[in-house]
Write a new protein. Structure first.
Length: 59
């Protein structure tokens, strides 16, 4: 997932480099929010994985 987020970020930056209109700004904001969601999802998955591993050790 990290690679995909970084790749999409690079694509958005390269596409938006020559654009500055309201649609471009809105798209960059949308993409930034999606990237932040991806970070939160990764964090939740890490916590869940650690919790599952701890539960297995206690069993």
């Amino acid at each position: 997932m990290d690679k995909q987020v970084k790749h999409m970020d690079a694509v958005v930056v390269s596409i938006g480099a020559g654009c500055g209109g309201p649609a471009s700004t809105a798209y960059r904001e949308f993409h930034r929010a999606a990237a932040e969601d991806a970070v939160r999802i990764r964090e939740v998955l890490r916590v869940d994985k650690r919790s599952s591993e701890e539960n297995k050790e206690q069993s």
